[in-house]
Design a protein around this ligand. Structure first.
Ligand SMILES: CC(=O)SCCNC(=O)CCNC(=O)[C@H](O)C(C)(C)COP(=O)(O)OP(=O)(O)OC[C@H]1O[C@@H](n2cnc3c(N)ncnc32)[C@H](O)[C@@H]1OP(=O)(O)O
Length: 400
């Protein structure tokens, strides 16, 4: 018998659950001023809590919001975006997170969500629940004095500074047309409310810029500037989306022209962000980190496999999934789609490893080389490499 129970939290328990989560991250509780905007970012009935039976105290929490993820071929797969996961520090390592994760995955499956996604605070936590690294990202800095945009770089449209609140409404309307790369997420209203409350906590002023091309809004960015002393200002790019090369280049041309700024830092950008190639001196850009971005858990494996496209010779995968055993079995993937099959397995892998290849972040043959995938038919991994490859590396680009 366990000494705690998991259940969906009621509205009047949400603030306590957010404060519990913040405490696990060593952050102060919400103030009365902060709470309304945080409340606006929470979807109803999507917060789970674990209470101790004896004391009734809340000791663990996890929440989610309903979203969708773009997969290769352009389809949108319904996804539960998991966040605010925390267990009170004096109650860790006795299975509270495990119960939360299992309850949440059951709830997602019951509601027909095909996948779950999260950004992990530590990379050792979520693999055991079937999550795998499905997108990667990099941070970079730009030395503004060296960064001159090439004359042949794409041009067109214009950048305007806007009021943040009105800009966000226009961005929310334009964003779906930009979320075409595998790994990008749909952003419900609550996500935009969360961005607003996140930006309100920035110490310095926050600037919103919109790029308008011939068809209207096709890019946007939000940044803050640190200026610890005269002559030394860093522009921190908090968010940037662009529908195409003109918008990408237009926004960067603007960012590199802001007076008094000697350095721009950009976080969690796509691995193939082409800024270096737009500059006369590509070394003006320095990658400062490359890391796991979105972790995905395929909740309904047959649906997730069927909802993306494949290009190349078919291959048969055998999937193991101790947490959701209904996913286990062999699947034949090919240009005609993905279906369960009785054919013998050519590659064997666990469900967390499947998430690593589903959007194209890793090549199956790389994973054979590291022991994560077992090849039972010679040449199958190379066939799978071609079948699952994508034109661009997947990227999430949405923080939550
Ligand atoms: C999506 C997000 O919100 S990311 C934010 C996650 N939250 C945090 O990082 C806040 C601080 N940390 C915590 O609140 C907790 O330590 C949690 C949530 C990470 C883990 O909660 P717990 O209740 O201790 O996890 P639980 O007891 O279910 O552990 C399950 C297994 O994972 C392991 N594990 C749990 N956390 C970690 C960790 N940080 N590093 C390595 N292993 C871990 C446990 O050892 C256990 O393994 P075992 O079964 O082999 O012993």
């Amino acid at each position: 018998m366990t000494d705690h129970v998991v259940r969906t939290l009621t509205d009047d328990e949400l603030r306590a659950s957010q404060d519990l989560f913040r405490a696990t991250l060593h952050v102060k509780p919400l103030t009365d001023d902060q709470w309304p905007s945080v409340r606006a970012s929470l979807q109803p009935a999507r917060s789970l809590g674990v209470h101790e039976v004896d004391s009734g105290a809340l000791i663990g929490t996890a929440r989610s919001f309903d979203s969708a993820i773009t997969v290769p071929g352009g389809g949108d797969v319904p996804l539960g975006a998991v966040t605010s996961v925390g267990v009170r520090a004096d109650c860790t390592r006795r299975g509270v997170l495990t119960e939360l994760m299992h309850a949440q995955l059951r709830e997602f499956a019951d509601r027909g969500l095909v996948a779950a996604g999260l950004h992990a605070s530590e990379s050792a936590i979520y693999g055991r629940f079937g999550y795998g690294i499905a997108t990667r990202a990099r941070d970079y800095t730009v030395d503004v004095r060296r960064a001159k945009v090439r004359q042949d770089a794409p041009a067109g449209g214009r950048v305007n500074i806007e009021n943040l609140d009105s800009a966000m409404e226009r961005w929310a309307a334009a964003y779906p047309a930009m979320a075409t790369r595998p790994g990008m997420l749909a952003r419900p209203d609550e996500w935009w409310a969360g961005l607003r409350s996140h930006l309100a906590r920035e110490e310095g002023p926050v600037t919103a810029v919109t790029h308008e091309g011939t068809g209207g809004v096709d890019g946007f960015a939000v940044y803050s500037v640190d200026r610890p002393r005269p002559g030394s200002a860093t522009l921190n790019l908090i968010e940037m989306q662009a529908a195409g090369p003109e918008a990408f280049c237009g926004v960067w041309r603007y960012l590199l022209s802001v007076d008094l700024v000697h350095e721009v830092t950009a976080s969690v950008r796509p691995l193939d962000d082409p800024l270096e190639l737009l500059l006369t001196d590509p070394r003006a850009v320095s990658t400062t980190g490359q890391f796991d971005d979105l972790w995905v858990r395929l909740v309904d494996v047959p649906a997730a496999l069927a909802m993306r496209t494949y290009d190349g010779e078919p291959v048969v995968l055998e999937v193991t999934d101790p947490v959701l055993p209904g996913n286990e079995g062999c699947y034949r993937l090919g240009p005609d789609g993905a279906v369960r099959t009785d054919q013998p397995a050519e590659l064997q892998l666990s469900v967390d490893t499947l998430a690593m290849i589903h959007l194209g972040a890793w090549r199956p043959s790389q994973l054979v080389d590291t022991g994560r995938v077992r090849e039972t038919a010679p040449g199958a991994a190379e066939r799978a490499d071609r079948l699952l490859s994508t034109a661009t590396p997947p990227w999430c680009g949405t923080f939550f």
